[in-house]
Ligand binder design. Sequence first.
Ligand SMILES: [Zn+2]
Length: 66
Amino acid sequence: MKRENILVPKPRSNFISVQCNQCEEKITVFTHTTTDIVCKACGEVIAVKSGSKAKILGKLLGTLDQ
Ligand SMILES: [Zn+2]
C-alpha cells in the first residue's frame, strides 16, 4: 500500500520581509504582530500593529514561506 501525502494546512499568519524606508535595512515582520516594529538600525517605525494584520509602513519585499 502506498502512503498518501497529507496536506498540512498553511497557517493564516506568516512572516514577511520589509525594508526600512530610511536606511534600507531588511527586517522580518510577523504579519499579525501585536507590537509595533521598528527598524533595528535606525529606529524608524516600519510596521504598526492593528486589530488583525499589521499595517506595513516600509517597503514590502515579499513573504517568507517556512
Ligand atoms: Zn532603518
